[in-house]
Design a protein around this ligand. Structure first.
Ligand SMILES: Cc1cc2nc3c(=O)[nH]c(=O)nc-3n(C[C@H](O)[C@H](O)[C@H](O)COP(=O)(O)OP(=O)(O)OC[C@H]3O[C@@H](n4cnc5c(N)ncnc54)[C@H](O)[C@@H]3O)c2cc1C
Ligand code: FES
Length: 278
């Protein structure tokens, strides 16, 4: 059992979960993830490690509420236990002095990209952070990201911050004004795909953190199979980071929808049993 120390809503659809996991906190590196189960009857889901504290033995993730498992997580509070919490899994992000690196993120990726931006800054890179939001009230961890970035641009569809452009325009503008050596992108699949398509003609290396369906997270079930450079890869053990210009995006979009009907049915049943009764 793993004890929850904190579970709080950051913005309407994004929550933070901090747990007591001393072993994982000692080994965690930027870009890695954990697999967890909100309850004994639940599914294992992957969440990126967004922060950790080796001294306190804690690990933090940020999650977006999209289906049954993430909805269940929102019902848990400090002091509750979760039955499965395994990690750190996946290969760590590549951290070196590349020069100027753009960190582009949206939704849960705003939290997930934080340790990568921090490590890139510590390695001596100039870090430019680009955040994409549907609306101004969905921004969180802005101060944390500001502290590890040389520059930060926030685009929200309501134009509340720097502009209302979609990520390809914002990223395109940053790439025009700066000599950029690498782009790292985390968030929804479409955001990572459009970032990769923006940098492809310019030949700027773009690393994406793929988020296919995962079951075991240790390379045994095949659920997370993706095609990268024309070869089969398992995102849980070969990734989750890959070169965005070599990913078969259409296959990834297609495979992520494999259980769409079942996911909707599961959420409807769970809500009927748990939310509508109360
Ligand atoms: C390596 C890895 C790291 C990840 N890190 C994080 C993280 O740090 N924070 C986080 O919130 N999520 C993260 N994800 C995605 C997360 O695992 C899924 O959102 C989660 O499994 C959904 O479970 P669920 O039961 O709530 O929803 P499901 O019932 O599995 O899905 C419900 C519906 O939402 C859609 N959906 C699923 N995931 C997403 C998504 N991310 N964005 C938009 N729609 C989605 C599904 O296609 C489906 O239609 C990560 C995924 C991987 C593979
Ligand atoms: S999640 Fe099973 S092989 Fe990757």
């Amino acid at each position: 059992m793993t004890k929850i120390l904190r579970r709080e809503r950051l913005v309407p659809n994004i929550h933070l979960i901090e747990v007591e996991a001393p072993e994982i906190s000692r080994k965690a590196q930027p870009g890695q993830f954990v697999m967890l189960m909100p309850d004994e009857k639940g599914e294992r889901i992957p969440l990126t490690i967004a922060d950790w504290d080796k001294e306190k033995g804690t690990v933090t993730s940020v999650f977006m509420v999209v289906g049954t498992s993430t909805q269940k997580l929102t019902m848990l509070e400090a002091g509750d236990d979760i039955p499965v919490y395994v990690g750190p899994l996946g290969k760590p992000a590549e951290i070196e002095k590349f020069g100027t690196v753009v960190c582009a993120a949206g939704c849960y990726g705003i939290g997930a990209i934080y340790p990568i931006a921090r490590a890139l800054k510590e390695a001596g890179n100039k870090v430019i952070t680009v955040l994409d939001l549907k609306a101004n009230y969905l921004l969180y961890w802005e101060e944390r990201l500001q502290a590890v970035s040389d520059d930060i641009f926030v685009s929200s569809r309501d134009g509340y911050y720097d502009c209302k452009d979609y990520i390809p325009q914002v990223l395109g503008g940053v790439l025009k004004g700066n000599k950029v050596d690498r782009v790292v992108s985390i968030g929804c699949t479409y955001l990572m795909y459009t970032c990769s398509e923006t940098t492809r003609p310019l030949g700027i290396k773009t690393i994406v953190s793929l988020n296919p369906v995962m079951v075991d997270g240790t390379g045994m079930c095949g659920a997370c199979r993706c095609t990268v450079e024309g070869r089969n890869k398992f995102a849980c053990v070969d990734g989750p980071d890959f070169d965005g210009h070599s990913v078969d995006w259409q296959e990834l979009f297609f495979r992520r929808k494999s259980y769409f009907e079942d996911e909707i049915t599961s959420l409807c049943y769970w809500e009927k049993e748990n939310l509508l009764k109360s």
